[in-house]
Design a protein around this ligand. Structure first.
Ligand code: FE2
Length: 376
């Protein structure tokens, strides 16, 4: 039985034309990268890693790279108007531009995806310095969001050519964030299935879970969602589409304020969600409020868990179970003034799903916020 289970759990990569080693980095286009880097370091416990700007030969923009365990963020701001980055910020506010994926061969990733219909964002380019070579290429996905394929197997430097080490005297303690668990995209009406097809056909992903508007609806609003996963399961992209309800869907509110499709949330893994969320709250990060009623019968639904319920309730952490185990999750309020991007913190204890049992409580909490903004 042991052996059988092991065989079944070996990732299916034999015919994977786009083998991915995971998320390489997430790049945000922001109005003020210097301050954003300080915010993410302070509030989330990232460390300074690398910097690029005029001093390193990049004349028109500045990027700060920060890292915590395997989680790497790049915060980029333009130095002048009339360019892609400035336009992106004007249109969307601060948001995710790049979901970068690590590959063994960025040229092959480009050829395999573009020949299947992927729209070119970046032709393969080789960046070299004394530490070796990084090859990049990229294609468009939903909205103005792109995937960049990063090949860094021949690179020994700190991040990539064009960047220098960023040493800081300010090194706040980690909050226990580990890596990207999944990234969710919000797309427009009738766009979920075309986007699912894109991930299937162009990138070789599989649809591993689907939720219709009956799964994800409250008294007021609804949405549909399909979860796409690459062959080895390292990269998961749920895609949300609004659905008709009595009032405006949260996905519609996002689309209104982001002025189009984009990344709704980045889910970040931790091994100790109580510790991580306690730390994040003490540093000023706010999370959605979950009513006490949620906790009255939650253990009847999910069964026995290792954690005490009291701290979970106090922090507003949600619990769900599937056939393989359970998970603990919590959702931040938006990270900027527009009701667009937020983070999820997730601790998986066997479960590979996304918290379907929490959708109702979660969406009611989101709607209370939406209502307070006058957008429900
Ligand atoms: Fe999520």
């Amino acid at each position: 039985m042991e052996t059988m289970n092991n065989i079944q759990s070996i990732p299916v990569t034999q015919n994977d034309f786009l083998p991915l080693q995971g998320t390489d980095y997430v790049e945000f286009y922001v109005g003020n990268a210097k301050q954003a880097a300080h915010f993410y370091k302070t509030a989330f416990g990232f460390q300074s890693l690398a910097y690029a700007g005029p001093e390193t030969g990049m004349k028109d923009k500045v990027s700060y790279v920060i890292r915590q365990h395997k989680l790497t963020f790049v915060l980029t701001t333009p130095l002048k108007m009339d360019n892609e980055i400035a336009d992106h910020i004007y249109r969307h506010g601060d948001g995710v531009k790049v979901l970068a994926l690590q590959v063994d061969d960025a040229r092959s990733a480009f050829e395999e995806t573009t020949k299947r219909g992927g729209k070119v964002y970046m032709e393969p380019q080789s960046l070299k310095d004394a530490d070796g070579e990084v090859v990049l290429s990229g294609i468009h996905t939903y909205g103005d969001t792109v995937h960049i394929f990063v090949e860094r197997k021949n690179y020994k430097g700190i991040f990539m050519p064009g960047f220098r080490a960023w040493k800081s005297k300010y090194n706040p303690e980690s909050t226990g964030l580990l890596y990207v668990d999944h990234c969710v995209g919000n797309v427009g009406w009738n766009q979920m299935n075309p986007r699912v097809k894109f991930y299937e056909e162009v990138m070789g992903f599989r649809n591993i879970l689907s939720f219709d508007d009956k799964d994800i609806s409250t008294e007021y609003s609804a949405l549909m969602s399909k979860v796409m996963s690459n062959g080895n399961g390292y990269v998961k992209f749920p895609i949300n589409e609004p659905a008709e309800g009595k009032k405006k869907s949260q996905v519609e509110e996002f689309l209104d304020f982001y002025n189009g499709e984009g990344v709704q949330h980045v889910a970040i893994a931790t091994h100790d969600i109580v510790k991580t969320v306690t730390e994040l709250q003490s540093r000023g990060i706010e999370f959605l409020n979950i009513p006490a009623s949620y906790y009255v019968d939650v253990l009847d639904r999910v069964g026995k868990i290792d954690e005490d319920l009291a701290p979970l309730q106090e922090l507003g952490i949600l619990i769900d179970r599937d056939n393989e185990g359970y998970l603990l999750q919590i959702f931040s309020k938006p990270l900027e003034d527009r009701p667009t991007l937020f983070f999820e913190i997730i601790q998986r204890k066997g479960a590979k799903s996304f918290g379907k049992g929490n959708f109702k409580a979660l969406f009611e909490a989101l709607e209370r916020e939406q209502d307070a903004r006058g957008n429900l």
